[in-house]
Design a protein around this ligand. Structure first.
Ligand code: FEO
Length: 404
C-alpha cells in the first residue's frame, strides 16, 4: 500500500488484509480487516505501531516512502504488543536502530516476553502523564489498561489534535478508504458494535473508567486513529465513536431477544419458532440463530445489546450439543450483563438439557424465566403452546425491565 498523508506530515503506513476471516483465532471478520500504523515526520521521525508480519515487505516499503528522502526512524511508539500490531517490531529495530522505543509499563513486560532478544533495545517506559518532544510536536501517553490488553495505551499529539488509540474504536473492515466520512455509515457503525461485542465487551467497566479519564483531560481530538479499520475524522465522528463506546459499555438492554439453538431432528428448532411467536406477540424484536449456521462471534454481535437470551438444545450423551456448548463458553468469557435468560430443549430418554442450559445462563448472572420447556422426542400442540407461553413470559419480563 502507498502511505496516505492523514494530516500534514502524519502518514498512515498500515496494511489492508482483504482475506482475514478468522480474526485473532476466535472472532470472524467477514469483511477483512486492516492493521493501521502511522509515521510522524518532525525533527524526529516517529513510527507508531507496526503491522502483522505477513505484510512486512509492503510495510517496509510504505515506511520508506513516508519518510521521504533517506528512510530512517528515530523513535518508535508501541501502543500495543499483540502481534497484529507489534509483529514487525524486531525487524524495524534491527533495520532502523531507533534511538528510543516508548511503551507503557505493562507494555514493557509484554515486550520482554514477546521479544526475548530485546535486552539491549533502547526502551523507555511512559506511564500515563508522560510526554515527549519530537520537534514542533509533543506526544502525550495515556495508558488504557485492558482496552483490551493490559499494555494498551493511547498516544496523543495535541498540536494536531490526533489520538492513536490502538485497538479501541476499531472495526474489522478491509477498505480502500481510510476515513469514517468516506464509507457507508450504517455498515461502519454496525462493525464498530460487532468489534466491541467480540473484543472489548468483558472490559466494559474499564471502558467507562477510561472514557471518564479521557473526558477529565479535556483533550481536543479531531482525529481518532484505531489500529483496525477506518479513522474517525472530524469532531462529530470522534464524538460518535466515544459516545458509542459509552453506550456499549453501559450494556443497557434493548427490546430484543436472541434465541440460540442447536437441533438433531428439528424438535428443538420447532420449539425455537414457537417461542419466537410468543415473544413477537409481546412486541419484542427477535433473532433466531442456529449455531450450525451462525458463528459464535455473529451470535455475540446480536446478544450484546439484547434484553433476553433464550437457549435450546436436545439432550446429547447426558449433556448438550457441542456446538452450543462452544457458543455458551464463548459467551461466558465475554461477560454479558443485564440479561434475562430462558432454556428449552428436547430429549429421547435422560433429558438433562434444560437443567444444564439453565445452569449455564444463571451462571452468567441472567435472571431466568421459568418454567423451562422440554419435550420427549417430538413437540405436540401442548408443547408448542408451552413454548409460546415461555416466549410471552420472557417478553413481559423484558417490558418490565425496560420500564424500570
Ligand atoms: Fe488488534 Fe489487540 O490487537
Amino acid at each position: 500500500m502507498k502511505p496516505v498523508e492523514i494530516k500534514k506530515d502524519i502518514f498512515w503506513v498500515g496494511a489492508v488484509d482483504w482475506d482475514s476471516r478468522d480474526f485473532h483465532g476466535y472472532s470472524m471478520s467477514p469483511r477483512g480487516t486492516t492493521y493501521n500504523a502511522f509515521l510522524v515526520r518532525d525533527e524526529k521521525t516517529v513510527l507508531i505501531d507496526t503491522v502483522k508480519s505477513d505484510f512486512l515487505s509492503e510495510f517496509l516499503c510504505s515506511v520508506s516512502q513516508a519518510c521521504g528522502g533517506e528512510p530512517h526512524i528515530d523513535y518508535m511508539v508501541v501502543n500495543h504488543l499483540e502481534p497484529d500490531h507489534a509483529g514487525c517490531l524486531d525487524v524495524i529495530v534491527a533495520r532502523f536502530k531507533p534511538e528510543k522505543i516508548f511503551v507503557s509499563p505493562m507494555g514493557e513486560k509484554a515486550l520482554r516476553s514477546f521479544y526475548h532478544d530485546s535486552k539491549d533495545w533502547p526502551i523507555e517506559v511512559v506511564p500515563t502523564g508522560a510526554s515527549i518532544s519530537i520537534g514542533k510536536r509533543t506526544i502525550q501517553f495515556i495508558e488504557t489498561r485492558m482496552l483490551h490488553w493490559p499494555d494498551n495505551m493511547v498516544s496523543y499529539i495535541p498540536e494536531d489534535k490526533i489520538a492513536f488509540c490502538s485497538d479501541a474504536f476499531g472495526q474489522n473492515w478491509a477498505t480502500t478508504e481510510r476515513f469514517s466520512d468516506e464509507v457507508d455509515r450504517g455498515i461502519l457503525n454496525r462493525l464498530l458494535a460487532e468489534y466491541y461485542a467480540n473484543i472489548v465487551l468483558p472490559y466494559s467497566p474499564m471502558v467507562l473508567k477510561t472514557l471518564d479519564a479521557l473526558a477529565g483531560m479535556n483533550l481536543s481530538i479531531d482525529m481518532l486513529c484505531p489500529d483496525h479499520g477506518l479513522i474517525w475524522r472530524g469532531h462529530e465522528d470522534v464524538a460518535f465513536a466515544l459516545n458509542s463506546y459509552r453506550e456499549f459499555a453501559l450494556q443497557k438492554p434493548t427490546n430484543k431477544a436472541v434465541i440460540i439453538y442447536d437441533t438433531m431432528w428439528h424438535s428443538t428448532e420447532k420449539m425455537a419458532r414457537a417461542i419466537c411467536d410468543g415473544l413477537v406477540s409481546e412486541g419484542v424484536s427477535v433473532r433466531i440463530m442456529s449455531v450450525k449456521h451462525n458463528h459464535h462471534s455473529a451470535v455475540m454481535a446480536e446478544v450484546f445489546d439484547a434484553a433476553a437470551v433464550l437457549v435450546g438444545s436436545p439432550t446429547h450423551n447426558n449433556g448438550i450439543l457441542p456446538m452450543l456448548a462452544d457458543v455458551l463458553t464463548y459467551m461466558k468469557g465475554l461477560r454479558p450483563q443485564n440479561k434475562i435468560g430462558a432454556a428449552f430443549g428436547s430429549f429421547g430418554w435422560s433429558g438433562e438439557c434444560v437443567k444444564i442450559l439453565t445452569e449455564h445462563l444463571s451462571g452468567m448472572g441472567m435472571e431466568m424465566v421459568e418454567p423451562a420447556v422440554k419435550v420427549k422426542n417430538r413437540p405436540d400442540h401442548e408443547t408448542f403452546q408451552a413454548c409460546y407461553e415461555l416466549g410471552q413470559k420472557v417478553g413481559q419480563a423484558i417490558k418490565t425491565r425496560l420500564a424500570a
